[in-house]
Design a protein around this ligand. Structure first.
Ligand SMILES: [Mg+2]
Length: 228
């Protein structure tokens, strides 16, 4: 049985360097200009907001951020959209999976506007049967409710599903729901050092095509079980 392959977008298929650049560099700059304060003041004010809302559905809403910090965050992302890039092996992997007939889903915590922006810049959409923003679900992927509602909308067998995501709390949410195969990413942003796979809680890949031998092994085990 072909497993369903569920992919995160930012930091997994796309280079998180863009998001880091927007949120950690450009947003503080624009916030400081807007509010006529120092860059340091902006950074500490934004950092407080970040801590308060991390991993919640609000955290992922550009509209919420725009209202909260007084900067049009979606426009800011459009201003620098030429920096949006796929990660190593992204298209190569997706082409390969498509050729093999895998069912691929794209599950992102980016809001619908952020998802649209990314898909306008990297042509991922044709590779996915299902594309979901957690905004339409009402919970971020860190919450088991996300997976329950997703399954109601798009039935799937969690025992035969893979979730590939760079964020540990998301993988924990998926695990609580019962997704059997969880994979993480060693280097979500090309501008930051790779994480040590031994310190990560889940099997980790660097180049995205490293997923292919993992899938081949999974398929051969599946065959072994059936023929045993
Ligand atoms: Mg991610």
């Amino acid at each position: 049985m072909q497993p369903i392959l569920m992919f995160d977008m930012d930091g997994t298929l796309l280079d998180l360097a863009f998001d880091d650049f927007i949120w950690n560099q450009k947003l503080p700059e624009r916030h400081a200009q807007t509010h006529q304060c120092s860059l340091e003041q902006s950074k500490s004010a934004l950092f407080e907001f970040y801590q308060e809302h991390k991993h919640t559905i609000l955290w992922y809403s550009s509209q919420y951020w725009s209202e909260k910090v007084g900067v049009d965050v979606l426009k800011l992302q459009y201003d620098f959209q030429d920096k949006i890039q796929p990660r190593l092996g992204c298209i190569e992997l997706l082409e390969n999976l498509k050729a093999q007939g895998y069912h691929c889903w794209l599950l992102t915590n980016a809001d619908s506007a952020g998802l649209k922006l990314k898909l306008e810049n990297v042509d991922l959409a044709p590779y996915f049967e299902v594309v979901v923003s957690s905004q339409e679900i009402g919970y971020s992927k860190e919450f088991v409710e996300f997976w329950q509602i997703l399954q109601q909308k798009h039935p799937f067998d969690p025992q035969h599903a893979f979730m590939i995501d760079d964020t540990a709390p998301v993988l924990e949410g998926a695990k609580r729901f019962g997704i059997a195969n969880l994979i993480t990413i060693t280097q979500p942003s090309s501008l930051k050092a790779a994480r040590n796979p031994l310190e990560l809680r889940y099997p980790a890949i660097q180049h995205l095509t490293e997923l292919l031998p993992i899938l081949a092994q999974y398929q051969s085990k599946d065959v072994d079980v059936k023929t045993a």
